[in-house]
Ligand binder design. Structure first.
Ligand code: SF4
Ligand code: SF4
Ligand code: FES
Length: 242
């Protein structure tokens, strides 16, 4: 381990699986350094056995999310200067997901819930049909576009209290995805989707306090989509469609 200087960060990093522990490292500080730069430095210079995940480094792929000083964040776009307290960082895997090793979590539950929320497009047209045209100004298109930039990073999921209390809860990202599709006028799987998200583990479990929207790095508001799904589910129930 390198010696601690005035420009050194004291970094504690989770090592091992569910029963692991934090290990301490000293990392030189640099201007414009990101949390992912810190993790990469440790893996390349101090301990090559450190496991972590990233791909794009530019906020596109969603694979680099970790818990930084207790808060879930995308690490490739989080600058050390924003989050380090007294030159100290604590970096852990995302909460609410099983730990594979060190900073790598198993994302299967997270993405399985997208499937359970019927988060896939169901079309009816064939290649022989004309293209479906949806006006960019239509209410549905505006609502769908507001949630479409999700990168599947899991930050909202790790921030959600209800996921912690009720592990079966579909969670903000899967429900946000369901909402974008609920507003896709080309999709013919609406009834099935509404049935999937209106159950006990779906939109009605959300307490709307909004940690998901507060921390989403893409500035999406899953809470708005969840409120929309609650309205659609209530109307469908009144019609006797659910
Ligand atoms: S507003 Fe709903 S989905 Fe978002 S963090 Fe809170 S309970 Fe979870
Ligand atoms: S809604 Fe935001 S925080 Fe949640 S997975 Fe998508 S991009 Fe990440
Ligand atoms: S590495 Fe792709 S979003 Fe951070």
């Amino acid at each position: 381990m390198t010696s601690v200087t005035a420009t050194t960060l004291r970094v504690r990093v989770w090592r091992g699986g569910e029963r692991g522990e934090f290990a301490a490292y000293a990392v030189p500080r640099h201007q414009s350094q990101t949390v992912l730069d810190v993790v990469t430095y440790i893996q390349r210079r101090l301990d090559p056995s450190l496991a972590y995940r990233f791909a794009c480094r530019v906020g596109m792929c969603g694979s680099c999310a970790m818990t930084v000083n207790g808060v879930p964040r995308w690490t490739c776009r989080t600058h050390v200067a924003q989050v380090a307290k007294a030159d100290a960082l604590e970096i852990a895997p995302l909460a609410h997901l099983p730990i594979v090793r060190d900073l790598v979590t198993d994302m299967r539950d997270f993405f399985d819930k997208w499937t359970r929320a019927s988060g896939r497009f169901t079309g009816a047209r064939t290649r022989h049909d004309d293209f479906a045209r949806v006006s960019p100004a239509s209410r549905e298109r505006v609502a769908a576009d507001a949630g479409i930039e999700c990168i599947g990073c899991g930050v909202c999921y790790a921030a959600c209290d209800v996921v912690r209390w009720r592990p079966e809860y579909l969670g903000p990202a899967a429900l946000n995805r369901a909402w974008t599709l609920a507003n896709d006028t080309r999709d013919v799987g609406q009834r099935e989707r509404l049935g999937a998200v209106a159950g006990d583990a779906g939109c009605h479990a959300c307490h709307t306090q909004g940690s998901c929207a507060e921390l989403c790095p893409k500035h999406l508001a899953p809470t708005a989509g969840i409120a929309g799904l609650k309205r659609l589910a209530a109307r469908a129930a009144l019609r006797g469609d659910l």
